[in-house]
Design a protein around this ligand. Structure first.
Ligand SMILES: [Zn+2]
Length: 59
């Protein structure tokens, strides 16, 4: 399976059993990407930039 990174336009390689809503990481720009759709026929995935969850909640 592969898809295209919306951030850097690089190609993303993922395992064939990747699931929708899974968060993967772009090997090129290291951004976290959420899987939006999986097309098993064309072996392609659609991803979007995942919301950053690196906030320090503090207190
Ligand atoms: Zn990227």
């Amino acid at each position: 399976m592969q898809g295209q990174c919306p951030v850097c336009d690089g190609t993303i390689q993922v395992v064939d059993n990747v699931e929708i809503s899974e968060v993967i990481k772009c090997q090129d720009c290291q951004n976290s990407l959420e899987v939006m759709a999986v097309d098993k026929d064309s072996q392609a995935i659609t991803v979007k930039e995942a919301p950053k969850v690196e906030e320090d909640w503090g207190e």
